[in-house]
Design a protein around this ligand. Structure first.
Ligand SMILES: NC(=O)CC[C@H](N)C(=O)O
Length: 383
């Protein structure tokens, strides 16, 4: 690890011409990284954020000013790799202290060849994004030529209209049991409910939660056909989170449309957005998105407020769902956007936020039990 005062200089150039100066604390030799620059307000959980496939195509900055102090462990991976395009922090702490820590954040970024920079005024950056909206940006350690970097950023297509799911979905089906297994067949010796999960960029903690609730899970690539999925005779269908613009995942929308009503269905985040689109609704891009661990969501049937973990830049348009037979179940208390819905005629429900947390509060884990109860009811095991 290079001493802070010897670290390579790094520039962050945003599409509107704003420039930030900092230092690379990991993978400086990568030279450049391009992506949509977004902020996450969680105070902890950088490992889960870095490995969440929903961040593909994005450069993430943490608003919490000190990062790296508890290192990287073996348990908090949300996928097998780092998914963000680059990582921006205020101050890097290179002396991890935690009983679970196996390596430092810098080592982790180096292993995955992902650029990490520090010394950025992340408060200014976040305030800028809040005013201007999420912006495309480039990080460079290999040049000071702002004009050339600006040209490069402006050539970058951004996320709108781009299918990012293809970059993160699994290449073939697999079974999940305490981790990805090499086979893709149900275990006949297990009585658990059988859930087919469509992998649009699934977070491991969702699969862990399904397992915890008594489900065995087969994970399918996003391009799997409805016939292929139904041929395995699942008891329920799960639609995962994932990166990018939901409207660009046309094949996923088509698959969800065909699967709706066949088996109980539960969607999270991108899965929720795809369900909204499959039902005939619309999605739009939020100004700067919701990313953090303290988003207040109201359960409209109980009036209870949940503090939730979130990571999304797109949203299902509430208005567009008005003539569709769904009940709105959850609403965001910060900006009144749609957070959850339930179909009135089919066993299907979805949420925009993350009941699996990772990182974040566990207020909403009851939704996994709700899914299992829906499966139970469908199988005639419960009224
Ligand atoms: N976490 C997710 O599934 C994100 C969904 C989608 N990519 C969005 O940004 O809105």
């Amino acid at each position: 690890m290079t001493a802070p005062w010897k670290r390579p200089r790094a520039l962050l150039v945003l599409e509107d011409g704003t420039v930030f100066k900092g230092y690379a604390f990991a993978s400086a030799e990568q030279g450049r990284a391009l992506g949509e620059v977004v902020f996450n307000t969680a105070m902890t959980g950088y490992q889960e954020v870095l490995t969440d496939p929903s961040y593909k195509g994005q450069i993430v900055t943490m608003t919490y000013p000190l990062t790296g102090n508890y290192g990287i462990n073996d348990e908090d991976m949300e996928s097998a790799a780092i998914q963000v395009e680059a990582f921006i922090i205020k101050e890097y702490q290179d002396f991890p202290s935690n009983w679970r820590s196996r390596k430092s954040l810098a080592q982790f970024l180096e292993e995955h060849r992902v650029l990490g920079i520090e010394g950025i005024d992340t408060r200014r950056l976040t305030r800028h994004i809040r005013l201007a909206g999420a912006l495309r940006g480039v990080i460079a350690t290999d040049t000071d030529d702002v004009g050339a970097l600006l040209d490069q950023v402006r050539d970058f297509p951004g996320l709108k209209g781009v299918d990012m799911v293809r970059r993160v979905t699994c290449s073939r089906p697999y079974r999940w049991e305490k981790g990805p297994q090499p086979d893709a067949a149900w275990r006949e010796d297990k009585p658990d409910f059988r859930v087919a999960a469509l992998d649009f960029g699934v977070k491991y903690n969702i699969l862990r939660n399904l397992e915890r609730c008594g489900c065995q899970v087969l994970v399918f690539p996003a391009t799997a056909s409805p016939e292929e999925i139904l041929a395995t005779q699942p008891d329920g269908i799960f639609l995962s989170n994932g990166p990018g613009d939901p409207a660009a995942v046309t094949y996923g929308i088509e698959t969800v449309r065909k699967l709706l009503g066949t088996k109980p269905m539960f969607g999270i985040c991108l899965g929720h957005q795809l369900m909204g689109l499959a039902l005939g609704g619309r999605t739009f891009k939020l100004k700067f998105g919701h990313r953090g661990a303290n988003q207040p969501v109201k359960d409209l049937s109980t009036g209870r407020v949940e503090v939730t973990s979130q990571n999304h830049g797109f949203c299902v348009d509430l208005e567009s769902m008005q003539d569709i037979p769904v009940r709105l179940t959850h609403i965001n208390l910060n900006d009144n956007t749609l957070e959850g819905m339930e179909h009135l005629e089919m066993p299907a429900f979805s949420v925009q936020y993350h009941p699996e947390a990772a990182p974040g509060p566990h207020d909403a884990t009851y939704l996994f039990e709700r899914f299992v109860n829906l499966i139970r009811k469908d199988k005639g095991l419960q009224d």
